[in-house]
Design a protein around this ligand. Sequence first.
Ligand code: EPZ
Length: 418
Amino acid sequence: MDRLRIEGGHALRGAVAIAGAKNAALPQIAASLLSPHSLTLQNLPEVADVANMLALMAQHGATITRDAGSATIDAAAASPADTGYDTVRRMRATVLVLAPLLARFGQARVSLPGGCAIGARPVDMHVAALTALGADIVIEGGFIHARASGGLRGNRLVLPSPSVGATETAMMAATAARGETEILNAAREPEVVDLAACLAAMGARIEGAGTHRILISGGTVWRAATHRLIPDRIEAGTYAIAAAITGGQIELSGARLEHMAAVVQALEAAGVRVWPGDRGLIVAGGGPLRATDITTEPYPGFPTDLQAQFMALMTQAEGAAMIRETIFESRFMHVPELSRLGANIRLQGTTAVVRGATRLKGAPVMATDLRASVCLVLAGLAAEGETVLNRLYHLDRGYEQLDVKLRRCGARIERIGP
Ligand code: EPZ
């Protein structure tokens, strides 16, 4: 099992090419099952979660053709094979195949995902949305058994909370339902907007993506399509914090400011400079860092996927920063590991109080989930001495060549064996 060895204390300088968004790629790969025609996705990130999702398409009978940075999925011969527990346990996003399989074939059998390091991660809103569209769903033996023998029917859906995945499930199902569907309290994330753009390229008629009210006309006549993924705002935010925490300067090539407003606002409040460059956004640290409170919220609020990374930065800021997590019930797995590096963090329910600035000292640390892992890399870049991060597979799920990109900016970081 690979590990990462980091020697901290070096300011990072250079440019990083921001990859396509993992959380846009995963639902769009699943959406390819809706159509008997091919879907080509460009700007595809080379990360394990994408490779696993493409492999799942092949398990369902689709043929995959890979090219540099893109994949063509031809689901003409796809079938509603089971999506087993092992597949879904390893990657919760595979539950997103439920809606396309049900919409196209009238049936689907997908394992319940189960929980993960950051929370219980239920799928009740996905199930409720499909039921409201006419599906008969029975949950038995750890599986979701869904049927819609007479096809799905458009309806008005009100999501109890703006769940990204449930919005994506409802959108995909509604494109194949009979009649109109209105989704209220929809998630507004850029990845939801990008899925709508991809579905539209495939022939769907969708209005309002990016707002809380999305209208979908059913009965889509599908066509072959090509779609280019948006850049990954979470990867971009991660490298922005890498520049800030090391006192360096990095140009985030391809990053889109309009997807990162809340993150840029928090960074600037903390004393980090951000300005538009020729190829994207330039982020510079180096000045004194100020403790800055954040609360994670649905988009356009501060993203929960950058909470851990921002916490690492706050260990280097003067004062006490209150970091409140409102999206997932246990997304503080990185706190005990940061404390091993010398951070001063107290947990009070869903709030972490980070007192800085503290001099971090390198140590062996354990990765628990994707974003907690990268938070520990960021802390290691700022720590004195050597930090070794175990369980590197967590990182490889969502970051394309993280060590290579950081090394190109001057980081002393290398993969080492078990
Ligand atoms: C997506 O997960 C992302 N994953 C997550 O990124 C991200 O953290 C999350 O959205 C929030 O932005 C992908 O897009 C593949 P939710 P998702 O449904 O769709 C609860 C990463 O690190 N909920 O918006 O699962 C849920 O438990 C990952 O890249 C229900 O209760 O998130 C959570 O508390 C981590 N019932 C909250 O809603 C449901 O049916 C928000 O979840 C669905 C969700």
